[in-house]
Design a protein around this ligand. Structure first.
Ligand code: BTN
Length: 322
């Protein structure tokens, strides 16, 4: 009820009477009054005036469906939008919806994650109302290998959108961390359900540090947030809409491939290239120079003996970054 009233208040963009709200929703005036109070309790500022009714003057700053929809300008991604108060992990939640058949482009976001997941089995912290945590589900008609570019394309889109909206000099640390200077601002975790030769769905989960100012000791040296970098609070709902827009644009115009244009952009924003990197191969630790990225999004590393290795995942330590 509360979300429906909110949608009508946003649509009206001025006063609307309690009677009109009740009629539009087919409920009693009493139910409308209760809904208005619930909206006020959840952070909306709603003025009321005799004979005029109710007027919304501001939306809550925390992640909420009405505010995201107000800014959302996509055609597919986020049309089916699920906004949760709290969840273990948006990736896990969306994978369950994926197995139940939810539509291509479904997005799940939340005010907090209680067991957010990072890459390589790590924990990803998303405290209540501090950061952005969201996941996007795609159903590409591709083989698992051909679906690999989804993650670098999402990374490229997030990097470009954050450069545009915040003015920060964001770069990509291969494969898909977004960094500012030497510190990480965004992490991306893609998971897939597939048969041998066909993807059932891909879930790409994105965590953006927006307002976080303290990090656990073990990552404090390599983590940052938009607030720490700019000194400004950004509207998370508007930011999410901007990220989804850019992600959709990148996916669509490149047809989910790392096209030469997308690869050029990725390479020009990739802070890993041209640097010394260290990575693990089984028990061995190898070092070399990052010399390129393939059209599947793999990193090409030249070892000291001149041989070139192609890495498709895993952890690389980049000299001068982390
Ligand atoms: C990493 O850099 O290790 C990847 C972090 C990915 C975090 C996001 S937050 C939304 C989605 N849900 C999760 O549990 N993880 C991803």
């Amino acid at each position: 009820m509360k979300e429906q009233i909110l949608a009508l208040l946003i649509e009206r963009d001025g006063y609307i009477s309690g009677q009109a709200l009740a009629e539009a929703l087919g409920v009693s005036r009493q139910a409308v009054w209760k809904g208005i109070n619930a909206l006020r309790e959840s952070g909306c500022v709603i003025e009321s005036a005799p004979n005029k009714g109710y007027r919304l003057t501001s939306l809550p700053a925390y992640i909420n469906e009405a505010a995201i929809r107000k800014h959302l300008a996509t055609s597919v991604i986020g049309k089916n939008l699920i906004v949760l108060d709290s969840v273990g992990s948006t990736n896990d939640y969306l994978k369950r919806l994926g197995s139940d058949g939810c539509e291509n482009g479904t997005v799940v976001t939340t005010r907090e994650q209680t067991s957010g997941k990072g890459r390589l089995g790590r924990v990803w912290q998303s405290k209540r109302d501090e950061n952005l945590a969201f996941s996007i589900l795609l159903r590409p008609k591709l083989t698992p290998r051909d679906a690999m570019p989804v993650t670098p394309l999402a990374g490229l889109a997030v990097c470009k959108a954050l450069r545009k909206t915040t003015g920060l000099d964001c770069k990509i640390k291969w494969p898909n961390d977004i960094i500012v200077g030497k510190k990480k601002l965004v992490g991306i975790l893609t998971e897939m359900s597939a048969e041998f030769d066909a993807v059932e769905y891909v879930v790409t989960g994105i965590g953006v540090n927006v307002d976080q100012i303290e990090f656990p000791e073990e990552i404090a040296y390599k983590a940052t947030s938009i607030l720490l970098e700019t000194g400004r609070h950004y509207d998370k709902n508007r930011l999410l809409a901007a990220l989804l827009k850019q992600i959709e644009r990148e996916f669509t115009r490149n047809n989910l491939e790392l096209t030469p244009e997308a690869l050029d952009e990725y390479v020009s924003l990739c802070a890993t290239l041209g640097r010394s990197v260290t990575f693990k191969k089984g028990e061995r630790t190898l070092s070399g120079a990052a010399v390129g990225v393939t059209s599947a999004g793999e990193l090409r590393v030249m070892l000291s003996d001149g041989t070139v290795r192609t890495l498709n995942s895993g952890e690389v330590t980049v000299q001068g970054i982390y």
